[in-house]
Design a protein around this ligand. Structure first.
Ligand code: HMG
Ligand code: MG
Length: 310
């Protein structure tokens, strides 16, 4: 039996949240060593079996830009029908064609709130990124696909420093209005703090977006991801991106380290009595197994505390 925290409900927080697992994509895109495709497929299957409702599997980006995910098509084939329900990252029409060939039903585009990161991550200027995404989203929607839109560098950027809330809201709304069903606000380098989260979410709701259309994507570089999550819960956000074992980062952003660990998030939500549907010990066991494959321990505090405790 797994250890769990005592549950103490707090007024004003959501009853239930959706955890959007990004370990196989955001986690593995940043690993130095190439991970075997069979191991990736096993990782995705184990995360689904642990009750994670959404597992982002891979990216259909240029294989030279992210060699770690160059096996996207092989992975989707190995996963079969289960893989078609897993979202995949797609930056452009070429990526969409590749995803459509394999029957993907959910894609995610990923834009930047800052000029430099748009150039480094997409080889496009801030304005040019919309021209790349517009036909991609239009064709995906026409084909009946669900589209999520990420916006990166929502809190700070390694080149531009602090990023004004208005600038993020402007870019985020433009991306969302292309036809996305959800906008995920990325703290790519983990510099955000709790008050900044409140201000950013407030900026989006004042601009007419509903809380239900927003998700939060925290990286834990400065150890703020859980505090930021609590702040977002208070604002009513009900979708959180997280990565099993705290794997993660972005190869094109200096100082981007691991995502909020799924286990750390599950521990906090369980303590708050917020439903999430995930079996904590199964995710911990999966992360311990994955750490063995990668040859280094998980950075997640909860994984370290619970490893081997079943
Ligand atoms: P580009 O070099 O400007 O591409 O890259 P292009 O449009 O000029 O095309 C050049 C060649 O690449 C062409 O081939 C295309 O067919 C091919 P050629 O005609 O010369 O033989 N090509 C492709 N091949 C396979 N798949 C594709 C593709 N596209 C073009 N999709 C591009 C532009 C966007 C493709 C490139 O910059 C790229 O792949 N970037 C991806 C970077 C990335 O994956 N970063 C990590 C994900 S974002 C992230 O982690 C942040 C997030 O977690 C949120 C957060 O934390 O903030 C989501
Ligand atoms: Mg990320």
């Amino acid at each position: 039996m797994s250890e769990l925290p005592m549950t103490v409900r707090v007024d004003g927080l959501p009853d239930r949240v959706t955890i959007y697992e990004v370990g196989p994509r955001d986690g593995l895109q940043n690993e130095k060593a190439l991970v075997d495709t069979g191991v990736k497929a096993e990782f995705v299957r184990r995360l689904l079996a642990a009750g994670l409702p959404i597992v982002e599997a891979t990216s259909f980006v240029h294989p030279r830009w992210v060699p770690q995910l160059a096996d996207a098509a092989d992975l989707m084939e190995l996963l079969g029908p289960a893989g078609q329900d897993c979202p995949v990252l797609v930056p452009n029409e070429r990526g969409l064609d590749r995803a459509l060939e394999l029957g993907a039903r959910h894609i995610a585009i990923f834009g930047s709130a800052t000029e430099t990161f748009a150039q480094k991550n997409l080889n496009r200027s801030l304005d040019e990124q919309f021209a790349m995404f517009e036909p991609t989203v239009r064709r995906a929607r026409d084909a009946g696909l669900d589209v999520r839109a990420y916006v990166s560098m929502c809190f700070g950027d390694p080149w531009a420093g602090a990023v004004p809330v208005d600038q993020v809201v402007g870019v985020g709304k433009r991306l969302f209005d292309l036809g996305a069903s959800q906008l995920s606000l990325g703290d790519t380098i983990g510099v955000g703090t709790a008050g900044h989260v409140t201000a950013l979410v407030g900026g989006f709701t004042e601009a007419g977006m509903s809380i239900d259309q927003l998700a939060m994507h925290f990286h834990d570089t400065y150890g703020q991801a859980l505090a930021n999550t609590l702040s977002a819960l208070r604002a009513g956000i009900t979708t959180y991106d997280a990565s099993a074992g705290g794997l993660g980062g972005c190869p094109y952003a200096k100082s981007a380290t691991g995502n909020l660990a799924t286990e750390d998030l599950v521990w906090m939500l369980t303590g708050l009595g917020i439903e999430h549907g995930v079996d904590l010990q199964q995710v911990v066991d999966t992360s311990v197994w994955m750490a063995g494959q990668l040859g280094r321990p998980s950075p997640s505090a909860v994984v370290r505390a619970l490893a081997g405790s079943d």
